[in-house]
Design a protein around this ligand. Sequence first.
Ligand code: FES
Length: 130
Amino acid sequence: MTKCSDTLPVLYSTLLTEGKSQWYTPKETFFTLRDKNTMKLSEIPAGSGATGEINDQPVAVYNENGTPVVFDNTCTHLQCQTEWNERDKTWDCPCHGSRFEKDGSVNVGPATEPLPKLNATVEGDEITLA
Ligand code: FES
């Protein structure tokens, strides 16, 4: 019997190859519908992370005690979008299981390269890319 958890990575990979991945993950859709180009630091609890887009750039933002640590949210294996894992404090890729530490370094492959860090600043409460 095929479980939903078995088919989702396949579906996601298929959509990714069609260039539509950002429209089909619930978390990304939430941020896209709310405001696809901005993220507010106050909406990410300290010690936690969130994904979204800033100026059409998919980003993964970790709140390091009030300082945003921002990464390109594109998995360095085959370019899926990672999701924040609150329990383990990692960025997890739903496609093939890569996991990245909160600092973007690889925890588990198949990815071998870290998530690229982006320069960001906070203006008011809004996170902006430098
Ligand atoms: S795209 Fe393969 S693990 Fe992320």
